[in-house]
Design a protein around this ligand. Structure first.
Ligand SMILES: [Zn+2]
Length: 97
C-alpha cells in the first residue's frame, strides 16, 4: 500500500522545476501583479526548500504561481518602502491585490 501522506521525491522535483521556471519567466519583469490585482509589486526572490522562487517584496503573496509579470512601475508602497519593517502599516494603502 502506498503512503499518501508525503509527496514522492519525483513530485518534489517536479514542483521545484516548475518554481525555477516561473522565476526565469518573471526574471526580466519590472514588477509583478498578484493574479488580476492592480497593484504592481517589486519582484523579489525567496528561498523555499532550497529552491529560489519568485516573490513580492512586501510578502503579500505566498503563491509564486499567482504572480504575473507587469511592465511596471511598482505602485505598492509597501514594496517601495522596503527599508521598513515588513509588519509596518503604510498610510494611504489598504489594498495588497
Ligand atoms: Zn508589495
Amino acid at each position: 500500500m502506498t503512503d499518501h501522506t508525503a509527496p514522492a521525491p519525483s513530485d518534489v522535483e517536479h514542483l521545484a522545476a516548475v518554481l525555477r521556471r516561473r522565476r526565469e519567466e518573471l526574471a526580466g519583469a519590472a514588477g509583478v501583479r498578484i493574479g488580476r490585482g492592480e497593484v504592481v509589486h517589486r519582484l523579489d526572490t525567496h528561498m523555499w526548500a532550497g529552491v529560489e522562487i519568485p516573490a513580492v517584496g512586501c510578502h503579500a503573496a505566498v503563491d509564486p504561481l499567482r504572480l504575473v509579470a507587469s511592465a511596471g512601475p511598482v505602485t505598492c508602497r509597501r514594496c517601495l518602502g522596503s527599508g521598513r519593517q515588513a509588519q509596518e502599516q503604510v498610510p494611504g494603502q489598504t489594498a495588497l491585490l
